[in-house]
Design a binder for this molecule. Sequence first.
Ligand SMILES: [Zn+2]
Length: 289
Amino acid sequence: MDNLQKTIGQPAECSGWGMFRGESVRIKFKPASVNSGIHFVRVDLPSRPIIPANVHFLSNTAKRIFLKKDDAEVEGIEHVMAALAGLGIDNIEIEIHGREMPAGDGSAKYFMDILKEATIVALAGEKHIFIIREPIMVSNGNASIIASPINEGLLLSYTLDFDGFFIDPQTYEYEIEFNEENFSREVASARTFGLSTYVEEFKKLGLGKGVTDDNSYVIQKDGKITKPLSMSPAELRFPNEHVRHKILDLIGDLYLANVVVKGHIVAKRSGHFLNAELARKIANIACKA
Ligand SMILES: [Zn+2]
């Protein structure tokens, strides 16, 4: 069953508000057929445009992933993409009444719990696997990701480094066979975080309206971890929750290549922009293969 494509057995719904815009939003996950892929459907717009969750429709990577087809856009999709990757779901339709995905608890766990309730079912078709055979590198300033061949499976390593500010560098290595138990336990519940300097920037831009004390936390320049609103000390879910969330984002962003990657991926300081660049390169090579 592990090599077979998957979808959900029955529809599932949830609602909430977007982390950045704070607008209320309702979504509905619906089963999809083999080889149909992952699609968002903007059911709030008259023509109900369909936006494939694929690198070809990436429109922006500023602090979150935006997809756009014609005039229709969805944003903040990276954590649901990580949940789908973690659960091995290849085909699904996501109806969305609005433009931004709900923040949930700021991690992939919120979406995983809903999708698991809907039951995961296998489809009669093999998964699209991408084996890294030659090193692939992307870089931007002092951030980089190198993907290299490995004997089997996927090994992810991420190094978080803020040049001596905020927190000491953290490296986390995660070996993944995309099984739900492993992903749930190690990565899925790591929440999003903001650096205190960005918080001010976001306020000026009118963003971050959906942030709560539960769905994110803030790292201050002196290393203190606080809640965003009350500014009281925040409890972490893991001592290295920050770097685990970076791995979660990397997994979600790479899934925009629409393949299951097998290889060794070493990321340093990367964010959505660079993760998406790697996904683009992988998708290009996969499509020529
Ligand atoms: Zn994230």
